[in-house]
Ligand binder design. Structure first.
Ligand code: PAF
Length: 282
């Protein structure tokens, strides 16, 4: 379907996606919708990479495989019309919006699983999450014949794992990292921020405040840094820490002191909403 308000094409089937004529360079922005400013930034960066004769494709698919049982799959925001408008205004060329039935056969038996980097941080708290992410991302790379794909640094572990998948499975695709986009008070943009009530939203600013405190602390031990971050977050009484960890940014293995290429990663609940954030240290 060609959208009447712009040149944006909207497709919902894999057959349509594979029948599309392909621009010289196709850059994709994989998303689960509920689009916000950080997605807008990704489209902007994608456009720059695509060049004047390239194209930007954005996918919207709330991937059931990456939601662990009891999580927010059912209530994840699905804003079809608003997202469509967002894409049109952002200058997306191709919007791919498949259904679950289109993406997954009922009797599917093949998955993509990363087996080392996925065992820490988010992977430890959300078993099966990265298997779902790798499977859908591999499918999107194939379906959309992407030359490049963008991933946000807010989901740093996802970015590292996707890069590993691309290396180990020899995908011919360039992975581009996009720095985290933040609200005025430092809270990283996330589709899940809209679950927060006003009080939780106000207190959620503690996440970034804690990361900045860690950055200003210099080259301390992991224990000192983690204690400091926990202290700052605990100033927000509605926050419930899932993890605060100092790891190597490439291997994601825990490290004892801040050094070059360190990553401090946090996950904190505000009410039922689980927020993640991170900062590079060292
Ligand atoms: O980061 C996300 O929004 C999702 O994990 C992704 C990459 C679109 C895969 O479903």
């Amino acid at each position: 379907m060609i959208d009447s308000g712009s040149r944006m094409r909207i497709i919902t089937t894999i057959a349509e996606a594979q029948a599309q004529s392909h621009a010289k360079c196709r850059v994709i922005v994989p998303t689960m919708g509920a689009l916000h400013k950080a997605h807008g930034e990704m489209v902007r960066v994608a456009r720059k990479h695509a060049g004047y004769d390239g194209e930007v494709a954005l996918s919207i698919f709330v991937n059931p495989l990456q939601f662990e049982p009891g999580s927010d799959y059912e209530r994840y925001p699905r804003l079809e019309k608003t997202d469509e408008e967002f894409c049109r205004n952002a200058g997306v060329d191709l919007l791919f919006r498949p259904s679950v039935a289109e993406m997954y056969a009922d009797d599917r038996t093949v998955f993509v699983e990363e087996t080392s980097l996925s065992n820490t941080l988010e992977g430890k708290s959300r078993p099966g999450h990265f298997r779902g992410v790798c499977t859908v991302v591999a499918k999107l790379f194939n379906i959309l014949s992407a030359d490049a794909a963008l991933f946000g640094e807010k989901d740093f572990q996802q970015l590292v794992i996707v890069r590993r998948m691309v290396r180990d499975l020899n995908f011919k695709i360039n992975i581009i990292a996009v720095p985290t986009v933040r609200e005025e008070d430092g809270l990283a943009f996330s589709s899940r921020n809209q679950y927060l009530n006003p009080e939780e939203r106000e207190q959620a600013a503690a996440l970034h405040k804690a990361l900045l405190a860690a950055e200003n602390a210099g080259n301390k031990s992991a224990r000192e840094i983690v204690d400091l971050v926990r202290r700052v977050i605990s100033e927000a009484p509605l926050g419930r820490i899932d993890y605060v960890e100092l790891v190597d940014a490439e291997t994601l293995r825990p490290i004892n002191t801040v050094r070059t290429n360190s990553l401090l990663a946090v996950a904190v609940f505000f009410g039922k909403t689980r927020l993640i954030d991170n900062i590079r240290l060292g």
